[in-house]
Design a protein. Sequence first.
Length: 119
Amino acid sequence: MKTMHDNVYPNISKEPGMRRIYLLRDTANPDEFISLTLWNSKKQADSYEDSGHFREYVELIADKLQEPVGISEYNVEHHEVNPSLIPQKADSSAPRAAPRPKKPKTPKTKKKKSASKRK
């Protein structure tokens, strides 16, 4: 799937609305795979397909395909991130670096222009 990694995915990732790309390979049959793409909206996914880019990318891997490419649409019904993977706020009891001292504010003064001329 070098073609997918080198030629297809770098281009798909530039498509408007593209969020994520996954290449899923069957562990029992490595020749079987699914390319899963997630989009901001159905409209953007449809625009990508209608643009002809999808067909161009399929043509790049056509010689490796044993079956015709199919497109299935799914709605995300549930999405969750393991809480242990979410960065936590710093522990308030943990030692912290001392804050940098603030520079004292100096009052801004307006310079007056002198009307006198040097001789």
